[in-house]
Each structure stands twice: as structure tokens, then as C-alpha cells.
Design a protein around this ligand. Structure first.
Ligand code: AGP
Length: 586
């Protein structure tokens, strides 16, 4: 949610900033901008829209120091004027986060005669800094953040000092040393190829970068050393590799994500078995797709461990009356490990006595610092805003946790699954169904039990990348309301992989057909084929696998469907409108 990058050294900052912003674009693409000091003068270039629109404005900019920003709008519409950097008094800043008390601060500054140019919350930081500045930018930043409430990762440069000053609180910020200077960014991909190692700043840290030196201070301005970790982002994994979109590339990488997650689980298996040993209650939480993976986790834990488990979105769990008794284990699931609601609810549940397990694709994220134990999802970098392979990795990780806690030897069939997913992806062509969905007034995804958990994810994915409205719904509930929406202009996609409940979903499909609705079916059950195949718009027969593993096949098909629908409608599946990948604000 907003990406920021900074560089100071012997190279051209404009190139580093532009390249870094391209790599951070999945954090927001409403506008992009950079600030540089050229011959002692601030040069600012910013533009509404995607990062590539900045490129012509940076031609000819030569500077050894610069900061950049790619925006996901929170306060103020996407526009040139609301784009970062913001500046005042020869100081420029970029900011990721939300300044909760900005209105109060802004009113005070307005009373003092300060003129604001934008509608953003961030602009107050530039004015406060300009007011506090007395020849020491880092000191002025420390003074300024003392006035701020909310979340922030801030980079500041000024005309009179050759440094970058940094501050962060509840928004990610890393620094790294390269061959020709120092770098800072929201996350690791931006520094891939420049910095083999990075230091992760902690909440309340202030830092100062020079071309040959980095200093980090805690909130009391005492010098501290932050642990350096390997930068896990690798340049070769960040490109499109011949695919038209990251979404198609990442769907193709689902088998590898599952295989790698199985491989690395060995290193945490014992710890997870111990953490879950004696658990009387399990809470699972996350947002969006991660929440949908949690729905499957609940099914695994209840069926394989017999431990009562509950699932709630992090945004709801965070603000309800939480009663955490003895022996509660909470699973916080997040691709990015930076989602504000998920990180905060993990903190809360931990403070209430729960043991917190993070299931994440980002091993150096805030979530891993909060958690008592970490289960790595080894999906590799996921750049498309829509989560695909990370979901598959999360599902595999939760299944492995349940197996480990149940004391089951082996991988429960998961080791062989990547090949099955590979075959499924090769053999399945969802383009005809995508055309039908793309031109439907509504698309309903239906299933029962484990299939319902997949149906809601299929629905989210289609909405997110194609903007076709729809809903994921339990097929047994259809007749209690949603059936009123069914007619010839709607499509109902049934997921039917749980043999015990298959007949019930077949009945629901009959009810849709009886009302003239279009039906598609994704199933691994032969009897469903006999009953429905000839009357459907689309019928996908999956290989028969264990019911608990079937979501990894059916979801892969639904991801392909969402992608094909987005392409059919001319959408950009990698950067859906209004969205960003890491939701680091509330
Ligand atoms: C998924 O396609 C979405 N982009 C979104 O729902 C996402 O899963 C959610 O924001 C949670 O992100 P996280 O896994 O990084 O916490």
C-alpha cells in the first residue's frame, strides 16, 4: 500500500528510483513520483497513473540522491497534485501509511499561514519538517514524528544536506548497502540486484543514510544495530519470463509453490507439532484470499485433530470482544505479512495469551516478528495483486500443520500433488467459460463444505480481476434467497469434490437449471458427470484426489477462469482498479 524507495551514492538516483518503483508498483499505482537533489536544488517529478508515466519526466535527471513513491490513494483523489513527493522549504518527503491526526495538525499549520497544495494527509509531514528544520534533517524528522499519530514509513531529503533521513512506525522499511551507495525501500524486491542483505527497521526507528554510511537510532535517538538478513528477492524471479501477465505466470507456478512449501515445512514441523500439542481451541484469521485459506485450515484442524476451530476476518476479529482462554493457538495468515489488520490482530491475540503462528510468504515481515512460530509459504515473489500461488502455498502449509499436529507420518499425499496440479493446468481450458462469465450479469460460485471454501475464493478472484459481479455461496443456502437472482443472464459455477455432499450440490444445480440459469461444474466425482455434464455450459473433470487436497486442484481451475475472464474483457489482471497488494492501512 504505497511503495517507497530511496538511494544515495555514486550512481544515478533517477534510474535507481524508477527501477525500484516499477518493482514496487504492486503496492499501488494511482500515481508515481520522485524527488532528487541536482546541483543543490530539489527537482521533483510526479504524475498521476502508473509508474511508466514518470519515465519521460525523469529523462535528463542526474542526481546522486533521490527518493520515490508509488501511490495507493487514501486521502485525496489520484492526481498530479496529490502524488508524492510533497515538499516545503527545500525539503521533500515520501510517505507510506496514514497520519491519523493529520486534520488537527493541518488546521494548526493553516492557522500559522502555511499554504497546502494537496488533499493528502502526508503533506503535513513536509510542512512540519520544514518548520522543525534547523540544519539537521534527521533531528527535525525525529521531532516531527513525535507529533504524528498513525502508521508511517517516511523518507526525507533536503537541499542543504547530502543525506536521506528515514522514520518508520507500523509501515515496513528496509535499508541495504550496495556496491555504490545505500538504498532504502518498502520491501525486498525493490532492492534486488543492489543489496544482497538488508536490515529491517523496527517501529519507532529513525535512520540516516549517507553514501558510505548508515546509522539507525531507536525512538530515544540512541544508536542501535538492526539485524541484517539476506534479501530473499532475486532479480531473475521478478520478470515476466515470457508470460503476458504476472497472474498467468504465477498460476503456472502453483505446482512449484506447493512443492517448495512441502520441502521447507520439515524445518518447522517439530515446532508446529509442539505449538499445537494440547491446543484446546484454534483461531484462524487473515484478510481476503488469506481468510479463504483459513476456512480450509479450520476444516483440516477440526477433521484431523478434533480441535474446535474458528475463522474470522482479521478486520472483524480485531474489534470484537475477544475471549482467549487457556491453550489457544491463533493462526495469522498473510502473503505479505504486512496486512495491517492481520498484524494487529496477531499482536492482540498474543497479548491476550494465545500462541501465534504466522503462515506467510514474507519471512522478514512484521507478522513474523510478532509470531511465536512461523510456517513459511515458499511461493516465491507474488507480484500480481490477485493472490494465486500464495493461496495454494497457504493451503498446503495449513494441511501440513494439521498433519504434523496429528502425528501423521509423511506428507498426506501432498508430495505427489504438484504433478497433478501441473496436469490439471495443462489440460484445462477455461476460455469458453470465461466468455460466458464475462458476459453474465452475475456469476455465483457454489459449493458445500470444503467446496464452499473454494467457491468463495473463486468468486473473489473473478470479481477482483474482471469486475464481473458475483458471490460465493453455500449451495444449500441458494434456495433461501440467492435463487431469486438466477435467470438466463446469470452463471452458476458449482465446485463438487466432496463425495459425501456431492448429491446435495447436484440438487442445487438442478434448481438453477430449472430456472433457466447457466451452470458450470468443476468436479472429480464420476456420478456428477453422469447427472449434469450434458446440461452444462462447461464441465471440468478433475483427477480424483483426497477430498482435503481437492481445493488445490479446483482453485487452480478457478484462478485460470478469473484470469481468462479478465483478459476477455480487456482488464489488466495484474493491477486491478482501486486495489493494491499489501494493505498496510486500515
Ligand atoms: C487477493 O487476491 C487479494 N488481493 C487480497 O484479498 C489479499 O489476499 C488480502 O489483501 C490479504 O493480503 P495478505 O495475504 O498479504 O495479508
Amino acid at each position: 500500500m504505497c511503495g517507497i524507495i530511496g538511494y544515495i551514492g555514486g550512481g544515478n538516483a533517477a534510474e535507481v528510483v524508477y527501477r525500484g518503483l516499477k518493482r514496487l508498483e504492486y503496492r499501488g499505482y494511482d500515481s508515481a513520483g520522485g524527488a532528487f537533489v541536482c546541483d543543490g536544488r530539489l527537482v521533483i517529478a510526479k504524475k498521476e497513473g502508473k509508474v511508466e508515466k514518470l519515465s519521460p519526466l525523469l529523462e535528463g535527471v542526474r542526481a546522486n540522491i533521490g527518493i520515490g513513491h508509488t501511490r495507493w490513494a487514501t486521502h485525496g483523489v489520484p492526481s498530479d497534485v496529490n502524488a508524492h513527493p510533497h515538499s516545503a522549504g527545500g525539503i521533500a518527503i515520501v510517505h507510506n501509511g496514514i497520519i491519523e491526526n493529520y486534520a488537527e495538525l493541518k488546521n494548526k499549520l493553516l492557522d500559522e499561514g502555511v499554504i497546502f497544495r494537496s488533499d493528502t494527509d502526508s503533506e503535513v509531514i513536509a510542512h512540519l519538517l520544514a518548520r522543525a528544520y534547523k540544519g539537521d534533517l534527521t533531528g527535525a524528522l525525529a521531532e516531527t514524528v513525535g507529533l504524528l499519530k498513525g502508521s508511517y514509513a517516511i523518507m526525507a531529503i533536503c537541499e542543504r544536506e547530502h543525506i536521506i533521513s528515514l522514520a518508520c512506525n507500523k509501515s515496513p522499511l528496509i535499508i541495504g548497502r550496495g556496491d555504490d551507495g545505500y538504498y532504502c525501500a518498502s520491501d525486498e524486491p525493490a532492492l534486488a540486484g543492489y543489496c544482497p542483505d538488508v536490515a529491517v527497521l523496527q517501529d519507532g526507528d529513525i535512520a540516516e543514510l549517507r553514501a558510505d554510511e548508515a546509522s539507525v537510532f531507536n525512538g530515544e535517538m540512541q544508536l542501535v544495530i538492526r539485524e541484517t538478513v539476506p534479501n530473499l528477492a532475486v532479480c531473475s524471479e521478478l520478470g515476466l519470463d515470457g508470460y503476458p501477465h504476472y497472474m498467468s505466470k504465477e498460476i503456472g507456478e502453483i505446482p512449484a509453490a506447493v512443492a517448495q512449501t512441502v520441502k521447507v515445512f520439515g524445518s518447522v514441523k517439530q515446532k508446529i507439532a509442539e505449538t499445537l500439542g494440547g491446543a484446546k481451541r484454534i483461531i484462524l484469521t487473515g484478510c481476503g484470499t488469506a481468510y479463504h485459506a483459513a476456512l480450509l485450515g479450520k476444516i483440516y484442524f477440526e477433521n484431523m485433530l478434533g480441535v474446535p476451530s474458528e475463522v474470522e476476518t482479521a478486520g472483524e476479529l480485531r474489534y470484537k470482544k475477544n475471549v482467549v482462554g487457556e491453550s489457544v493457538v491463533a493462526f495469522a495468515i498473510s502473503q505479505s505479512g504486512e496486512t495491517a489488520d492481520t498484524v494487529e490482530v496477531a499482536r492482540l491475540l498474543k497479548s491476550l495469551g494465545a500462541k501465534v503462528v504466522a503462515v506467510t510468504n514474507s519471512l522478514h515481515s512484521q507478522l513474523t516478528r510478532v509470531a511465536d512460530a512461523v510456517v513459511p509459504v515458499a511461493a516465491g515473489p507474488e507480484i500480481c495483486v490477485a493472490a494465486t500461488k500464495s493461496y495454494s502455498g497457504q493451503v498446503a502449509a495449513l494441511y501440513l500443520c494439521a498433519l504434523a499436529a496429528a502425528g501423521t507420518e509423511g506428507d498426506g499425499g501432498l508430495g505427489a500433488l504438484p504433478e497433478t496440479i501441473e496436469r490439471t493446468l495443462e489440460r484445462t481450458d477455461t476460455r469458453s467459460l470465461a466468455q460466458v462469465c464475462a458476459h453474465s450479469r452475475g456469476v455465483y460460485f457454489l459449493g458445500r463444505g470444503i467446496d464452499y471454501a473454494v467457491a468463495v475464493e473463486g468468486s473473489l478472484k473473478l470479481k477482483e480481476v474482471s469486475y464481473v459481479p458475483g458471490e460465493g455461496y453455500p449451495s444449500g443456502e441458494l434456495k433461501h434467497g440467492t435463487l431469486a437472482l438466477i435467470d438466463g443472464q446469470t452463471t452458476s459455477v458449482f465446485v463438487i469434490c466432496d463425495e459425501a455432499l456431492a448429491e446435495k450440490s447436484v440438487v442445487a444445480a438442478e434448481q438453477v437449471l430449472a430456472r433457466g440459469g447457466k451452470v458450470a461444474v468443476i468436479t472429480c466425482i464420476d456420478s456428477v458427470r453422469e447427472k449434469l455434464e450434458n446440461r452444462t455450459e462447461y464441465f471440468c473433470r478433475l483427477e480424483k484426489v483426497d477430498k482435503f487436497l481437492s481445493p488445490l486442484l479446483s482453485s487452480a481451475v478457478l484462478f485460470g477462469l478469473a484470469y481468462d475472464a479478465a483478459v476477455a474483457l480487456g482488464r489488466d489482471p495484474d493491477k486491478p482498479r482501486n486495489l493494491a497488494k499489501s494493505v498496510t492501512v486500515e
